[in-house]
Design a protein around this ligand. Structure first.
Ligand SMILES: [Zn+2]
Length: 377
């Protein structure tokens, strides 16, 4: 009875949100034609400058091997960190399949890609869990992996049998973090989500479409799940407890709406950096001078990442187009003062000093994720 009632309430709630998504869409003023980067950017010149810096993209999900793609990496002099994700929603398939595909991609990359592995967080209650994971990771490091990813399911999805959410600083993971640090590898931590995940649908939000398509991750629909502050506090605790562990907070460390929040963590935790993956738009819509000053002040702490995907069932031509457009756009935004279209607005590029651009696109990744470029360099 009780659970039926709960179900009914949640159906009503989901429907209400769906309606408000629709309403929001139709409320869009007719004249805001969605700007399409393909039409407004002639990538050739940007890509030439991008390639000259020997760029490193520290956050991609590539699971298909294709000589045409390898050719792109070589023309762009591009280095990639290919990241595996352990989820049970099937975004990239079974973990073993995903890992095999990622290994295939790295093997075919002619030295352009390195592997970031992950571990199964769902089986955390198994006897000997931490030791088994450490054993697995050590083997993967020996085979060439240079980083380990944890994902938002820790903190937002996985629960103990008594109903408590497992947080990123859970003692069960502590020995694993210590082992990663002892092996001089890097933890890539996608912890929590953008703040819009807990807020009503808003078509102006960069994540509007994602939550429309992924209601299971839309915490506005699941008010019984932990609040963002609670999850980030656990992440901060992890940073404090593991000063020897290098942590790259994926997606601007989920502090995407205000660079001051990132700055506070940088001041507190010298072992912490962030990547820009899938959050460049948030840097584009914050006040330009504030973002520019932040990137100059903390020029050693931000690594370039995109969250671009190259999936097994995807057309290589489509992927090549999207990757090139994204790199061209990001280059234009960070290193020139040209205008970029974003949701009907014109955003002025940050025109960062050349040494800062070089650090964000290359140097920082070399330091924060050792092994990302071949040692012969
Ligand atoms: Zn990602």
């Amino acid at each position: 009875m009780k659970s039926n009632f709960k179900k009914l309430i949640s159906v009503i709630f989901v429907s209400a949100v769906a309606v408000s998504f629709l309403a929001a869409r139709f409320a869009l003023p007719r004249f805001t034609v969605q700007a399409h980067p393909a039409q407004s950017i002639a990538p050739r010149e940007e890509l030439r400058a991008f390639a000259a810096i020997e760029p490193i993209d520290t956050h991609v999900h590539a699971f298909k091997s294709d000589p045409e793609f390898t050719d792109l990496m070589s023309r762009l002099r591009l280095h990639l960190l290919d990241i595996c994700v352990a989820d049970n929603h099937g975004i990239y398939g079974e973990l073993a399949t995903e890992l095999a595909r990622a290994q295939g991609f790295v093997a075919s990359s002619q030295g352009h890609a390195r592997l970031c592995v992950t571990f199964d967080p769902y089986s955390f209650q198994r006897k000997g869990y931490s030791q088994d994971i450490i054993k697995q990771l050590r083997q993967e490091f020996a085979d060439g992996a240079i980083a380990v990813k944890i994902w938002k399911n820790i903190g937002m999805e996985i629960k103990t049998p008594d109903g408590r959410y497992v947080m990123p600083d859970d003692p069960i993971f502590e020995p694993i973090y210590r082992a990663i640090a002892a092996e001089n590898k890097t933890l890539v931590a996608h912890v929590a989500e953008p703040s819009s995940c807990w807020q009503p649908p808003n078509p102006d939000s960069p994540d509007y479409d994602y939550y429309k398509e992924n209601p299971q991750w839309y915490m506005y629909l699941h008010p019984d799940h932990p609040r963002k502050e609670v999850i980030l506090a656990a992440r901060d605790h992890l940073l404090a407890e593991n000063p020897k562990l290098r942590v790259v907070g994926a997606h601007l460390g989920s502090m995407e709406t205000d660079v001051d929040e990132i700055a506070k963590r940088f001041d507190r935790y010298p072992n912490f950096a962030v990547d820009t993956a899938a959050r460049m738009e948030y840097l584009m819509i914050q006040p330009r001078d504030k973002v520019r000053n932040f990137l100059i002040k903390y020029q050693d702490r931000v690594v370039y990442g995109t969250d671009l995907e190259f999936l097994n069932d995807e057309s290589t031509a489509d992927a090549l187009k999207e990757w090139k457009e994204t790199y061209a756009r990001d280059w234009k935004f960070l290193s020139t003062d040209e205008k970029l279209p974003y949701k009907g607005r014109q955003i002025e590029g940050l025109n960062l000093p050349e040494p800062v651009v070089r650090r964000i696109f290359h140097d920082n990744a070399v330091r924060w994720i050792p092994g990302i470029t071949p040692p012969s360099k």
